[in-house]
Unconditional design. Structure first.
Ligand code: SIN
Length: 357
């Protein structure tokens, strides 16, 4: 049975799911827009605020899933969102889905939705569009209303110029949601620093061919972990003066995976070598990525990988962490049905997905 309660509206509509964030934030005083609390305004109000600009033929239904500062995003909330999106993809009355979200962890949610719902969205021909804002809703020049309007219009646009899938729109530009990341603490275009691609109203053909390449590579969605059953995975950053204890303290813990945010090409400090060998021999899943903020981490570069440790390709550390959690969960479920698939089998399919700029 679906955990999504939004089934009652039977006429065709765009579903807007509210998760909170600065788009729903309120500043104490409009002249101090950086002093604010995220997740204060309901998604119904965000939608009513732009009602006059929404095309007359577009019906909206909004539903509040959470109203948080996304730095507090939990894995159980990701499960709830994933189930709500899946139910909406199944619902013939829903034409498209918009998710309003905090930008701090929109990077995690983008890759989560791509890996759990991306193939399904493509197959049923519906767009799921994440958006947020950098300024709270009562700040002068707040960017939330225009971002939300762009997302709604794009979700409601007939399919011929862009297929169903998991996208994001911020600051008048669009990208695949799995390519969206906050790369500046305050700038209005902070969330598109990693992958600017095209405008919401004008989809660029070379970007579109990249989208189609991702979609043909992503042919099977991963299961959504049950709310309480997410594997425990941590991110460790290599740095000058790194100590073996940073790794060895985890070896005796119940942690199931470690994402190593390495320097440069994803190499890590020599002090980690011995405890990482111990971690791998204890069955802790290891993934290597780079702390540089862009580019790819490739297998066996700069040196041969530890046995069983996988390079994360273009995935940043936060994305690699979600991908590893989903891969470990998929391995567990595959075992239950007698399929001899490992987390590496699942993770390797994710790590080859390109970034589309
Ligand atoms: C949040 O991520 O909830 C706060 C920051 C933002 O939305 O920009």
């Amino acid at each position: 049975m679906s955990s999504n309660p939004i089934q009652s509206e039977k006429s065709p509509h765009i579903l807007v799911l509210g998760m909170g964030g600065t788009i729903a934030g309120l500043a104490n005083s409009p002249d101090k827009p950086l002093e604010y609390a995220a997740g204060q305004v309901g998604v119904d109000s965000l939608v009513s605020h732009i009602a006059s600009a929404i095309p007359k033929n577009v019906k909206l239904v909004s539903h509040q899933l959470a109203n948080i500062n996304s730095r507090n995003l939990s894995e159980s909330l990701l499960s709830l969102l994933g189930e709500a999106v899946r139910a909406a993809l199944e619902n013939p009355a829903v034409l498209g889905i918009v998710v309003t979200h905090g930008t701090d962890t929109i990077e995690e949610t983008g890759v989560f939705l791509q890996l759990t719902c991306g193939q399904h969205a493509n197959q049923v021909g519906k767009r799921v569009i994440l958006t947020g804002a950098m300024l709270p809703s009562n700040a002068p020049g707040a960017d939330g209303p225009s971002n939300l309007l762009d997302a709604i219009k794009w979700a409601a646009t007939p399919l011929d110029n862009c297929p169903g899938g998991i996208y994001a729109v911020m600051d008048g530009r669009a990208c695949m949601a799995m390519d969206l990341a906050k790369r500046h603490p305050t700038a209005l275009n902070a969330s598109l620093q990693a992958a600017p691609s095209s405008s919401a109203g004008l989809i660029n053909p070379s970007w579109l061919s990249g989208v189609k390449a991702v979609q043909s590579a992503w042919t099977e969605d991963l299961p959504i972990p049950r709310q309480t059953e997410w594997p425990w995975v941590e991110i460790l950053t290599s740095h000058a003066g790194a100590r073996p204890e940073t790794v060895s303290l985890w070896v005796e813990s119940p942690v199931q995976g470690l994402v190593l945010a390495g320097s440069g090409m994803g190499g890590f400090h020599d002090a980690w070598q011995a405890p990482l060998v111990q971690a791998a021999s204890k069955g802790i899943a290891l993934v290597r990525t780079t702390r540089t903020g862009s580019g790819s981490t490739l297998p066996n570069i700069p040196e041969k990988d530890l046995a069983g440790c996988l390079a994360a390709g273009a995935l940043s550390a936060p994305r690699a962490r979600i991908a590893l959690q989903l891969a470990l969960n998929a391995e567990k479920l595959a075992k239950i049905v007698g399929k001899p698939l490992t987390w590496q089998d699942f993770f390797a399919r994710i790590a080859v997905l390109p970034v589309i700029r």
